[in-house]
Each structure stands twice: as C-alpha cells, then as structure tokens.
Design a protein around this ligand. Sequence first.
Ligand code: CP
Length: 323
Amino acid sequence: MSAGFSQLDDRGRLRHLITLDGLGRDLLEELLQRAEQHTSTPGEVPARGDTLRGWTVAILFAEPSTRTRASFELASVRLGADVINLDMALSSRAKGESLLDTIWTLQAMQVDAFVIRDAEAGLHEQVARHVAPHVSVISGGEAHVSHPTQGLLDALTIRQCKGGFERLAVAIVGDIRRSRVARSAHRALATLGVPEIRIVAPPEMMPDAAEYAGARRFESLDRGISGADVVMMLRLQHERAQGAEPTDLAAYHRDYGLTAARLARANTQAIVMHPGPMNRGVEIAPDVADGPQSVIRRQVANGVAVRMAVLAHLAEARRKRAP
Ligand code: CP
C-alpha cells in the first residue's frame, strides 16, 4: 500500500481487500470465523445467504484462473448478488480502452464490487483510488505480490485440520520468489501466530533477504520439511519467470518434488497443501496429491467460504458506513 491509501474505513473494517499486509489478527480471525459459517460438506446443499441482495459483483480477470474466478462467482451468487464475469482478453480493453474507463463503464451499471486479477503490481490500489466511495475492490491475485483470499483460505484449512496455529511448523516449498500465494500465506500465518514458518526453495527461487521476516530458509527440501506439520507445495511460475525457470523438470522433481518417501520426513500427521493448479510429477507426485494427507480439495472448498466471508464483511461494513 502506498502512503495516503488505506483499505480500511474509519471503524477498521474493510473497504477493499487488496493485501493482507497491515491487517490485524482480530480482523483475520473474524473473517475465518465468518467463513466457517459458510462452509458446507461436499454433496450437501451449499451454504447460502442474502447479505449481497441488491449488489452487483464484477469479476475482471486478465490472467488465467479456475479456482479463484469460479469461487468468487459462486460466493457472490450464493449470497444473492448479480454477477458480471468478464474475460478481459475479450473485453473492450482489447480495442484500446483503459482499465479505468472499463471500471467507470461498469460502475455506471451500478457495480458494487470489482474482483480483479492482473499481472501488474499496484493496479488494484490504483483502481481502488478511482472508484466511487461505496464501491469495493478485491484482489483475486496481483502479479507476484499478493493473493489475499488464497492466504485466508490456506489459514482456514490449516486451522480446521490442526485446531489452531500455535506450535505449528509450516513449510512453504517451491518458487517462492515469484509466488503471490506464498507471500499472502506467510502474511496470514505470521499474523495468526504460527511460530515457525519455513521457506524452502532452490537459490534462484529464494526471495530477497528483506522479505519473509522471521521465516527460516532452507535450500534442501529434505531438511526443510523435516518434522513439519504442514507442507505447502507451490508450482513453478513459468508465466513470471521470463526464461529463468528450470528447463529440466525431471531434475526439479528429483530435488524439489514432494514424493511419498520425502513426505515421510515430515510429522506423521502432517497435511499436504497446494493452491492449484498442480503440475503433477513436477512439484508433487500424483500419489501424494491424491493421498490421505492431502487437503488440496478442502482448500478449494474453503475458497468459496472465504470469498463469501470477505464479500459479506464488505457489504456489512458499507451498510454501517451509510448515513
Ligand atoms: N489458487 C489459484 O489462484 O488458482 P486459480 O489460478 O485456478 O484461480
């Protein structure tokens, strides 16, 4: 966030959700608690509500997505909103319209919240600075910088599986340098009180020394996951690597892929996480991805609940701000 901009209102409630940076533990816990109320068991009727009745949510994604895009749409619909889901590559941006003109066009159609994914760092804040006071901007992923709802759903999943955050060792493994998921997971877990966060990566994928304050750094996967309670695997961010990504994927799997034999080094009750999309056989072996310690599909389910919680919080905060 740049100076002079806040994603919070005067009461400390969210006006926007662009990053988890600067958000306090109480607010994160409230969002997780609210998300818990929206979780539902697969096969049962999904949780619904009417908190967003009368709202219109516009989902504007300029990068590929399956989970985030679909779950924001489901979250909005299940809370009673109308939804515009715009593929930016097929919008009038392709004819030269600026993003702000696109935003103002949709705002004229009475959009209440914009969910945006974009490869440009800083764009979400720029949009938030230009929307009408009652309109919210939510990040669905910002460059390598931030993916706040992913950080929240990862935290919710860990809390459900482990009963809390105290006494946990969480290993985040892979292309940390280019991962917005890792940044938001680290921020969420550090704020929520995880005492030991490890980042595990080859040297060329390690973030700068100033980032990930307090985290332990490992270049060895075996040492990095030894005794861990949570092992969070990340894919290689080919789209952001600009030619710096490994070309020998078999060698990467040999050194940094999570196999059943490697997982045996973690705590016997360890859970395996992955934000998706997975590249099976590269960062994670198929039998681990589908194995008994995997909670990857639970993460997906929690994504809908967390996005419902964020949208509901924004709507209630707006009602309270109304004169
Ligand atoms: N985890 C995640 O952001 O997945 P998508 O790219 O499919 O939305």
